[in-house]
Unconditional design. Structure first.
Length: 262
């Protein structure tokens, strides 16, 4: 029996794995190297989700999206060991999520579920829920509830579900569900600008404009210096909220001191 990896070695391997997304543009094989790293530390689904989500985002931000390095066939291959198969799936599906390619993500996970040698892990099912929620499909809420029974307080998984609720503008009580999810301990830190950004959008949809603007202000204060991408999203949300508030005030009849509309 192989002895368990000790903590220092695991930490070093995890650090190495997290750096794979910064591989040179002429090294298109970094996803496979990342899979080797995760296999070496026998990463569970939670560790894989944390590393792969960050790697997929970093690669996309650097102009080297995983979607240009892997293919659906790589994700659906049945001749790989379980950790490698899961790593490639987490990378590719996360990249689809970041590009908002919900129908494609949905179809790929459904195909994966048909061919996988073992049940899909919790994070992959969360990404499936995202694909449905992002299309405002009500069955996404059912999948989300199933995932929540297993996800506990795993931040990356909860962020995927929060993202889906934010994107699915026509979900039944979607804004209320988003606010409820954002109150879970893993997300309710009050210092996560992404959570605050999504909360602000939900508050705008509910007509709670001043609360939404307050959430945006807190989010901006929490941003790392020089973070232009999220800052732009927050400024856009502020503009939408101010416009919605102005339209609401314009439509609301003014009242006299007697309470009768003038």
């Amino acid at each position: 029996m192989t002895p368990p990896t000790n903590r220092p070695d695991r930490a070093a391997a995890l650090h190495k794995a997290r750096g794979r997304a910064t591989a040179a543009p002429d090294d298109p094989s970094w996803p496979l190297h990342l899979a080797e790293d995760l296999r070496g530390i026998r990463a569970d689904w939670k560790t894989s989700a944390e590393v792969c989500a960050d790697a997929a985002w970093a690669a996309r931000s650097a102009g080297r999206s995983v979607l240009g390095l892997l293919s659906p066939e790589d994700v659906l291959a049945t001749d790989r060991d379980p950790i490698t198969a899961r790593t490639l799936a987490h990378l590719y599906l996360s990249a689809l999520r970041f590009d908002f390619r919900c129908p494609t993500l949905q179809r790929l996970v459904e195909h994966l579920a048909e061919t996988a040698r073992q049940p899909l892990d919790c994070y992959t099912r969360a990404l499936y829920a995202f694909s449905l929620l992002g299309q405002s499909r009500p069955e996404g809420l059912t999948v989300m509830d199933e995932v929540l029974t297993e996800a506990e307080e795993h931040p990356k998984t909860l962020h995927v579900l929060l993202h889906g609720l934010w994107l699915g503008q026509d979900l039944d009580h979607g804004a209320e569900r988003l606010l409820a999810l954002s109150s879970r301990p893993a997300l309710a830190t009050g210092t996560d600008p992404i959570v605050l950004f999504r909360v602000a959008g939900a508050l705008r949809r509910l007509g709670r404009y001043d609360e939404g603007l307050g959430a945006i202000d807190r989010a901006i204060d929490c941003l790392p210096p020089g973070d232009t991408s999220v800052h732009a999203d927050l400024v856009r949300e502020r503009s939408l909220t101010c416009a919605a508030r102005g339209l609401h005030q314009h439509r609301s009849p003014t009242r006299t001191s007697s309470g009768v509309p003038s």
